[in-house]
Design a protein around this ligand. Structure first.
Ligand code: HMG
Ligand code: MG
Length: 298
């Protein structure tokens, strides 16, 4: 059985733009987010309050967030620690995301901590965010494979998921950071998480499309009952701290499939495609999304 409606968690402005070689001007980012909202997306990850030296592309978070915070959409932001939380709360952010790793190698590369140290950093961050009334998402990266460690044991992923949930995260997002997952693997992980007491309605999926599997993986997750899917407009994205990560599942490719299946998204595919074409012109490079290319070359 497929769901009647899917909530798309749009990550283009964060996951997408964090990976661009040059920083996109703040005003262009704000206009991008406005256009995404205009296309009917209701959850638009806006930026990250991380160290500006680690991700210079998002160093303008303080300037950007107030430009878009008046929009009538949810605007989650990433926070890696208390300092990031301070910065986000000072601007009134009420949807926050911490980001853990299923592997030691990526915890070190992305957060400069061991896995357990990073969880210890997140614990008070999540507690304080919840006390402030915020909604908190817990990302888990490298759920399906790691560029340094190779295969990632499912129980290792489940341990991190359970730890984030026990801290109080409202939802999890299972990251296939380097895009190596295939549908059977996705179903195995979802089943294990259910066995470990994590309900499917608290799980979102976050597929990068390196091997062209993101849409197949998403369909498998939908068949399992998942209704929150991360995607980036035009297929922007990657992670500066993970070798071989390419863009996320393109939101247009996702919407094409969902609408074809009769699943509601609230998204106007024409307006969304126009937004990605507009952004591609700013980035001076065509969108990798097949759907964007098909719809814009008519
Ligand atoms: P660190 O160097 O260990 O930092 O970096 P620290 O805790 O030792 O602090 C050093 C200095 O940085 C201090 O300043 C802090 O105040 C400052 P000093 O006292 O020396 O003057 N500092 C900060 N400044 C501003 N904002 C902050 C902040 N934190 C500390 N938040 C740190 C540790 C976590 C900060 C660093 O590793 C970092 O910023 N990492 C972020 C990496 C990142 O953003 N990666 C991309 C997002 S994850 C992703 O893309 C995957 C995902 O899409 C899912 C998937 O695909 O799998 C979500
Ligand atoms: Mg990602």
């Amino acid at each position: 059985d497929l769901p009647a409606r899917v909530r798309i968690h749009e990550v283009g402005a964060r996951d997408g733009l964090q990976n661009e070689k040059s920083a996109v001007p703040t005003q262009i980012k704000a206009e991008f987010i406005r256009r995404l909202a205009g296309a009917g997306l209701t959850t638009i990850e806006a930026t990250s309050f991380v160290h500006p030296k680690w991700v210079p592309q998002l160093a303008d978070a303080e300037e950007l967030f107030p430009l878009v915070s008046g929009l009538d959409v949810a605007l989650p932001v990433l926070v890696p620690n208390q300092r990031g939380l301070d910065r986000a709360l000072a601007l009134g952010a009420d949807r926050l995301a911490v980001f853990a790793s299923a592997t030691e190698s990526f915890a070190k590369a992305n957060l400069n901590r061991t896995l357990d140290e990073s969880l210890a950093v997140f614990e008070p961050v999540v507690r304080r965010a919840k006390d402030e009334g915020a909604h908190v998402r817990g990302y888990v990266s490298m759920c399906f494979g790691d560029p340094w460690e190779g295969a990632v044991p499912l129980h290792q992923v489940a341990r991190v998921c359970t730890a984030l949930r026990d801290m109080g995260c409202d939802e999890l997002s299972l990251g296939d950071t380097i895009g190596v997952a295939t549908p059977g693997h996705v179903l195995e992980l979802l089943s294990l998480l259910n066995e470990e007491g994590v309900p499917t309605n608290e799980i979102g999926v976050h597929f990068h499309d390196t091997y062209g599997q993101a849409l197949s993986n998403t369909l498998a997750a939908l068949q399992h009952g998942v209704t929150t899917v991360d995607a980036s407009a035009g297929g922007l994205g990657g992670c500066p701290y993970a070798k071989s990560a390419t863009g996320n599942l393109a939101t247009e490719d996702l919407v094409w499939m969902l609408h074809g299946l009769g699943i509601e998204t609230g998204v106007d595919l024409g307006r969304l495609t126009a937004t990605s074409v507009w952004m591609a012109a700013h980035l001076d490079r065509p969108s990798p999304s097949r759907t964007v290319r098909a719809l814009s070359h008519k």
